[in-house]
Design a protein around this ligand. Structure first.
Ligand SMILES: *Cc1c(COP(=O)(O)O)cnc(C)c1O
Length: 393
């Protein structure tokens, strides 16, 4: 099918809930993609930070195929090897104590919120269930995670929302203290706010929050759905902030393109959720777990150093454009935000796409770059050449 045939079917039969790019992607290799009309693109999106190993990675595809030919799904009522193996590798790499496997970021955050509330309920009883989250955050699209998201426009239409969230301004301890009360059980945050505009939190702020959490026995909940699994140049972003979360979530990049998400708890919280308290039919599906094991195979210390170096290379390449449209460059590793002025971020994204570079947008004015972690310097150079053509001085 060509693009217009695909688009017509989509418009005829799919809820039109996305502001879609006017392109149908057909196939790819590494960080290079091709649309149905044969046009080539450099990919700075990895499908919103998901395809960490790029497209058509052979080890990844083979692991999925091999597992599919053994057993594709069996549910959590049985043990499977890829699942147990993944947990035994991911948990120590994350510096945590135990994992729960689900399928998406929002679902992972729901489990993290349940853990915080049950921890507090068992220790302190009712009336201590409020979770402080940050303004400009994004935590998901379920009724609860929409309410956890600190952006007003996500709180329209779908009433009644889950109660028990209050919002503090990021990087501002006074704002946090102003909403803190006896009813609080946790603080939940992204260390680099992704959808909100690629805003890294300040290290001293994050450490102050962690200290306050420890003092008041609030759980420190870190949403690493976007920042986790190598994206920022370490296994998890928190490892660059000098803190230890009580619970952290992951999803997007973990299985390199198959749906997978989950959370990990510290020793302190590992016995909060017990048999019957939480579950998922698809969670930890053996094909997805096999794929995630291949992603972990790739994330060696050398590979993670490369992620940091390629991130710096891309950022300095953008800075060197001296573009009148760039108001600032932020981010960590291969999670990069470029502040845009003189044009809307949407318009710029469309112009870049037209010339063969796929990018994301975030916040009100940010071009968001989340290339596959395996992107080569040649591919980065090609992407930068498109940027130069579209937005250079
Ligand atoms: C994408 C994202 C989510 C939601 O993940 P889904 O898989 O879409 O449910 C939650 N938190 C953060 C930080 C995200 O970037």
């Amino acid at each position: 099918m060509n693009f217009s045939e695909i688009k017509a079917l989509d418009e005829g039969y799919v809820l039109q809930t996305y502001g879609r790019n006017q392109v149908a992607i057909d196939h790819g290799c590494g960080a290079t993609l091709y649309d149905t009309e044969g046009k080539m693109y450099i990919d700075f999106t990895s499908g919103i930070g998901v395809c960490s190993l790029g497209y058509a990675n052979e080890a990844w595809a083979k692991a999925i195929y091999d597992q599919a030919m053994k057993v594709g799904h069996i549910s959590n009522l049985f043990y499977t090897e890829p699942y147990a193996k993944l947990a035994s590798r991911l948990v120590p790499a994350a510096g945590m104590a135990a994992a729960f496997f689900g399928n998406s970021g929002a679902e992972a955050n729901e489990g993290m919120i349940k853990t915080a509330r049950k921890y507090s309920y068992e220790k302190y009883g009712q009336g201590r269930a409020t979770i402080i989250t940050l303004k400009n955050s994004f935590h998901g699209r379920t009724i609860t995670t929409l309410k956890a998201t600190g952006q007003d426009h996500f709180h329209d239409y779908f009433f009644p929302f889950t109660e028990g969230f209050r919002y503090a301004v990021a990087n501002d301890m006074d704002s946090l203290l102003a909403v803190a009360g006896d009813d609080v059980c946790a603080v939940m945050m992204e260390l680099v706010q992704g959808e909100g505009g690629v805003n890294p939190l300040q290290q001293d702020y994050v450490q102050s929050v962690a200290k306050l959490c420890a003092e008041r026995d609030w759980l420190l909940l870190v949403d690493e759905v976007q920042t986790g699994v190598g994206r920022t140049g370490t296994m998890f972003a928190y490892q660059q902030f000098g803190i230890q979360p009580d619970v952290l979530t992951f999803a997007k990049g973990i299985a390199g393109g198959l749906p997978f998400g989950g959370f990990m708890t510290s020793e302190k919280c590992r016995n909060v959720l017990r048999a019957g308290d939480h579950g998922s039919t698809f969670g930890g599906n053996p094909m997805a777990a096999a794929a995630a094991n291949v992603v972990l195979d790739a994330l060696t210390p050398d590979f993670l150093r490369e992620v940091q170096e390629k991130g710096e290379y891309l950022r300095s390449g953008i800075a060197a454009l001296n573009s009148p449209y760039v108001s600032g460059i932020r981010g960590m590793g291969l999670m990069i935000g470029v502040g845009i002025q003189g044009m809307t971020h949407k318009e710029l994204k469309d112009r870049l796409m037209d010339k063969g570079l796929l990018c994301l947008i975030a916040g009100a004015d940010t071009l968001r770059l989340l290339p596959p972690l395996v992107i080569t310097r040649e591919e980065i150079d090609k992407g930068l050449a498109v940027m130069k053509e579209v937005m250079g001085a």
